[in-house]
Unconditional design. Structure first.
Lengths: 402, 313
């Protein structure tokens, strides 16, 4: 009982020390909030489809089909068509503004199609534009395919007409029929898509995807600070003063880790609360599930902190090694981008990180609308991870400098 | 009856022996001083007595309790003032003392009264609500000492408590130590400043390279260099005639002679009387004096005499 009281006294003292440490609060709260805000605002338009890709188009064709192709591309969602001269399109530059993709429609485009000849569209691309090039080429290719389909239809129709009016000039029939067919297809394609909400969830905003990832990353930075604090106490003799007092080592370490755990829970709760109330972040359908994930993530992060403090000899080593582990695990574990975009072997490898375990549970709640029971496997995996780190850390931690 | 008895304490770190079979006893109410250069083994000995470090071999009893087998009982009796400022810099003096007091099951009015008493003792009651980081080095040392006294320890271990403090703060610390001694607390004091142990300690143990090379009261220790004063001479050529020491010993007031190579150390009841005949003997023997020093015996000279090196090396 006495030892439990001393453990609590140590926890209270550590919380008091942390509460007075302005530098710690900057790292624990101000920095993650700023990073989440910047990342969400910067990436939001691109991820939410608000950022349109720019396409330079030079239409040398005077016919109706070239114009219809330009109009069709202009009406495509996510695509902004900028008309330019042939030189500008070939250089992918208008004035001082650079572009990534350009399209030239040749002079005889419509007439070639109408007379049944093959014709080419010329596309210019920036070879280093890996991000939007597939999308742009796909858009142009899709439009070209639709035109090709239309041309084939007209040709078949003309052939059918000629069966009944063999004296009619084929070109005349095609010229009369094609514009109407093109307009008809542009209005309403024969095959359309119907898009449905499969999960019933609201559309995610960038804060839904960014906040959990950065919250977990900065939680780990917070416990790294805690590990450094533990080593600082060892270096400066305050830990030694506790060792020579009638306080068990379990109480000393327990008190310090309890304080670290409380700080971690407060940090996560504040980050999620600010995300929700200030930026409209979705918290999912199960607050108990989210609370469970926050609690277990805080415990596992705390355990990571004691493990870190036990494997290094100096504070500088804790900073270097801790930063390296946190940066790598944040990249690998899905703090910066969805884990699903990583190659399969990396997705499997990611589960060596706290981030992957924590985010698989939190994202299942927030992004996929899963319930409490659905995230129990992730919670159990993360808890087991924490228990292993905790057991090794407690066993290896040295109360005295070598 | 001794309060502390150390029996053949040894501390090894791999091949290095930091403390090599140290034995001593400390009477209740005594200020026992450990004097020695940095790395002599003083702090390691204190660390073992305070239960911070387990001895590699040997044991010590504090009020009859073994530092190895009855660690928890020993911790209740001792108070430790470490060489480092073991305080939380962002907390106030009062918050630091309250926290350490609670580690000894103190609380409520008892703890508050004791904190006030100690802050008044170290003359920092007016600064009780100031953060430690705002204190001078000397003030930090005084709070560091107060933190070791909260639970009324019977045996106080002070490890170099004046390192890096200004002369005024040092005086404060000395006054505090005397007050603590007067309240009946037994004190173990380590320092590499001979003036401090000369001033404070009833019994002095000199340590070097992990061993206790001499021990006794100041008078007993200085007596090892002889009574009165010491005449130290550097003579040439080194090979002076045989029987030179015997001749010098026969001169007026000379109580002891030590002749090694070209170094001649003479103890004398009265150097003014002894010096002229000694110089005459040397002249008659064909020896030239290249260096002459006369001093009153002190611990610095004793340390050189015992170990062949300076105390602050």
């Amino acid at each position: 009982m006495k030892q439990l009281r001393r453990l609590w006294d140590i926890t209270r003292k550590d919380l008091l020390v942390i509460s007075k440490d302005k530098g710690a609060w900057i790292l624990l709260l101000i920095t993650p909030l700023a990073v989440i805000l910047v990342a969400s605002l910067a990436l939001g338009p691109a991820f939410n489809g608000q950022l349109k890709s720019q396409l330079l188009v030079t239409n040398l064709d005077s016919g109706v089909i070239g114009k219809q192709l330009v109009d069709g591309l202009g009406a495509t969602e996510g695509l902004n068509v900028v008309e330019a001269s042939a030189d500008e399109t070939m250089a992918l530059k208008v004035g001082d503004t650079g572009y990534k993709t350009g399209l030239i429609i040749p002079t005889d485009f419509s007439s070639q199609i109408l007379t049944g000849s093959d014709t080419d569209l010329t596309v210019y691309v920036d070879p280093n534009d890996n991000a939007s090039r597939p999308f742009m080429v796909g858009m142009i290719s899709g439009a070209a395919s639709r035109l090709s389909g239309m041309v084939m239809s007209v040709r078949i129709s003309v052939a059918e007409v000629l069966k009944f009016a063999p004296d009619t000039e084929p070109t005349t029939v095609a010229v009369d029929a094609a514009p109407a067919a093109v307009k008809e297809m542009a209005k309403e394609p024969p095959v359309a898509m119907e898009i449905n909400n499969a999960t019933g969830m609201q559309e995610v905003n960038m804060f839904d995807t960014q906040t959990p990832g950065y919250a977990v990353m900065f939680l780990l930075f917070g416990v790294m600070l805690g590990a450094e604090g533990l080593l600082e106490e060892r270096d400066k003799g305050t830990l030694g003063r506790l060792i020579v007092a009638p306080v068990s080592r379990t109480s000393i370490l327990g008190g310090k880790l309890a304080a670290q755990f409380v700080v971690a829970v407060i940090q996560m709760t504040i980050l999620f609360s600010v995300g929700h109330f200030a930026f409209g972040m979705n918290l999912g359908n199960s607050l108990p599930g989210l609370s469970l994930m926050i609690g277990i993530t805080a415990f596992t992060a705390t355990a990571f902190g004691i493990l870190l403090a036990s494997v290094v000899k100096t504070r500088r080593q804790a900073t270097s090694l801790g930063t390296m582990i946190i940066i790598l695990s944040s990249g690998l574990g899905g703090s910066w981008w969805p884990l699903s975009i990583e190659p399969e072997f990396m997705q499997k490898l990611a589960h060596v990180t706290i981030n992957a375990w924590a985010l698989s549970g939190i994202n299942a709640l927030i992004l996929d609308g899963k319930g409490f029971s659905d995230i129990l496997p992730q919670a159990a995996g993360l808890l087991l991870y924490g228990i292993v780190c905790f057991a090794i850390g407690i066993r290896m931690f040295k109360f005295r400098n070598a | 009856m001794p309060l502390v008895t150390a029996d053949n304490l040894v501390k090894k770190y791999g091949e290095l022996t930091a403390v090599d079979g140290v034995s001593f006893s400390i009477d209740e109410g005594q200020i026992f001083g450990f004097l020695g250069p940095n790395g002599a083994g003083k702090s390691t000995t204190i660390s073992m007595l305070s239960t911070y470090l387990p001895p590699s071999s040997g044991d010590a009893l504090i009020d009859g309790f073994s530092i190895i087998r009855e660690e928890h009982r020993v911790k209740q009796i001792i108070g430790v003032v470490p060489q480092d400022i073991a305080l939380y810099p962002t907390l106030t003096a009062m918050q630091n003392l309250r926290f350490y007091g609670r580690m000894y099951d103190m609380g409520g009015d008892e703890l508050n009264d004791r904190c006030r008493e100690l802050l008044e003792l170290v003359e920092l009651w007016d600064r009780r609500d100031s953060r430690i980081e705002q204190f001078s080095g000397g003030m930090k040392r005084r709070i560091n000492m107060a933190a070791g006294l909260l639970h009324h320890p019977r045996f106080l271990l002070l490890d170099e408590p004046t390192v890096g403090v200004d002369p005024q703060s040092r005086e404060h610390i000395f006054e505090t130590i005397f007050k603590i001694r007067d309240s009946g607390t037994t004190i173990l004091y380590t320092s590499h400043y001979m003036e401090e142990v000369e001033l404070l300690c009833d019994y002095i143990a000199i340590m070097d390279k992990g061993k206790m090379v001499a021990g006794g009261t100041l008078k007993e220790l200085l007596g090892m260099l002889g009574e009165g004063s010491v005449i130290e001479l550097e003579i040439s050529p080194p090979g002076c005639p045989a029987g030179l020491s015997r001749q010098i010993h026969q001169q007026n007031g000379v109580t002891g002679v030590n002749h090694q190579d070209n170094q001649l150390t003479i103890s004398s009841k009265n150097s003014a009387h002894s010096l002229p005949p000694v110089l005459k003997v040397l002249e008659d023997s064909g020896c030239e004096v290249s260096h002459l020093e006369i001093y009153t015996p002190n611990l610095e000279k004793l340390f050189i005499h015992l170990t062949g090196k300076e105390l602050r090396e």
